[in-house]
Design a protein around this ligand. Structure first.
Ligand code: MTE
Ligand code: CO
Length: 423
């Protein structure tokens, strides 16, 4: 260290020593922190004494090394291979309404396709006047580009919880969701360019990955708000999310959001592909299956406290969570601390956009008593998130998909939190 730097850090030490006294003076603030002098205030740390890395040390930024435990995680026993598996968003550790791209859950049926955008084509064919082929550059020249924030929830989110509380963490019970900004071209623009024949009633997007994912989407939805997206949170889509291009189907189950999109066929009836027959259909108690369940109904979860985010302090605390609705806008979220006997309305903080995630907070005092924490979302159609019992009364327990029942977290006196169900 140069003499000058050493002198500067001495001055800083004096300054910080003064700050320490000021710190002690605010000891009675509500969140209740300091009561004794804190050596972390009076001692000078290395990061204040030495220069840090220069600007080119991190050409693409990553989080602080102190945050490296905040990562996507899978549940090994859930799937037989990692190529057809899921890596869950660490929602217990996130805040705000936008999922960071590197933490957005990923679900693949045939691994991550690594596509060279220069070799990628998007075809529109079937019941159209002019079958068309677009390059990525063509797509980026199309008029009508938009930016939209939407949630994507896999229909299988919370699917392991149908027969009772199972996975101990909201990352695993509710982490098949992300909410990001998309940049893309409305699918309608491409379909109009090709000219959909009057007999064209359905579209079938197809992926270029090894799973060749296909789904049937009614033409009304395709024309209303679907996007052919190449951007995510201001940069190119990540490979896990379908680089260079994916379909966005706002409010509808994640499986329909075909990644690595290479073709959209227009037809006059649904195709009944594998993903809409043997999978992603809801088997009812009497053995019949619901044919299509596209819309993801209103749902919410408290992300903190939760099993991976235990309570650490008595006194003032902030409960936090996320809510979303595939039918529109979340208008209200209620929170219960006693297993649904009493409800209070939480504070929705930040943007409340249609088919996009909202963040809620509930400021409360904890006296160390056992809590049964729940949240319940309502949307602008008047829909209220059901309890798990209400859901089972209609759906039975054969289901995997579309579980939007109210989650309960049991907070123990020592602050630990457990996934439970109230019967
Ligand atoms: N598209 C292709 N081509 N291949 C896939 O395996 N998985 C689907 C959908 N689109 C899939 C796909 C499923 S089941 C979901 S939930 C979403 O992509 C997951 O999107 P994400 O990986 O961005 O979270
Ligand atoms: Co899915």
């Amino acid at each position: 260290m140069s003499e000058q730097n050493a002198k500067r850090s001495m001055d800083r030490r004096h300054f910080l020593a003064g700050a320490g006294l000021a710190g002690a003076a605010v000891a009675s603030s509500k969140a209740g922190a300091q009561t004794k002098p804190d050596p972390l205030i009076t001692e000078v740390q290395d990061w204040s004494r030495f220069l840090g890395d220069g600007v080119q040390a991190r050409p693409y930024g990553t989080p602080s090394k102190f945050e490296k435990h905040i990562v996507r995680q899978d549940v090994e026993w859930l799937t037989v291979s990692r190529e057809s598996s899921v890596n869950f968003t660490p929602i217990h550790a996130l805040d705000g309404v936008i999922t960071p791209s590197g933490l957005a859950f990923e679900r693949h049926h045939g691994g991550i396709a690594e596509i060279d955008p220069a070799k990628h084509r998007i075809m529109i064919n079937g019941l159209v006047d002019r079958p068309l082929v677009f390059t990525m550059e063509d797509l980026k020249r199309m008029p009508g580009r938009v930016n939209r924030a939407y949630f994507l929830e896999c229909a299988a989110n919370s699917g392991m919880e149908w027969r009772g509380a199972q996975l101990n963490g909201c990352q695993f019970t509710h982490g098949m969701i992300h909410n990001v900004w998309y940049t893309g071209v409305p699918l309608k623009v491409l379909l109009d360019e090709a000219g959909v024949k009057t007999s064209g009633k359905w579209v079938m997007p197809e992926g270029a990955d090894a799973s060749l994912m296909t789904r049937s989407i009614p033409i009304e939805k395709a024309m209303k708000d679907c996007l052919v997206a190449f951007g995510m949170n201001g940069e190119a889509l990540r490979p896990e999310q379908g680089y260079p291009v994916r379909l966005v189907v706002p409010g509808w189950e994640g499986n329909m959001w075909v990644k690595w999109l290479r073709r959209v066929e227009v037809g006059d009836q649904p195709w009944h592909a594998r993903e809409e027959t043997s999978k992603y259909t809801d088997l009812l108690a009497d053995g019949r299956s619901r044919r299509f369940t596209w819309i993801m109904d209103a749902k919410s979860v408290v992300t903190s406290p939760s099993p991976q985010a235990p309570m650490k302090h008595k006194g003032a605390n902030v409960l936090s969570g996320i809510a979303w609705s595939g039918r529109g806008t979340v208008t209200r979220v209620d929170v219960s601390l006693d297993g649904g006997r009493n409800w209070k309305t939480a504070r929705i903080e930040g943007p409340s956009l249609p088919m996009s995630m909202v963040r809620f907070y509930f400021d409360f005092e904890w006296d160390g008593r056992e809590l049964m924490v729940q949240s319940r979302a309502m949307d602008n159609t008047g829909y209220v998130q059901p309890t798990k019992q209400e859901l089972r009364a209609v759906r039975g327990t054969n289901s995997i998909y579309h579980n939007n029942g109210i989650q309960t977290w049991l907070v123990h006196g020592n602050g630990e939190v457990e996934n439970v169900e109230i019967s």
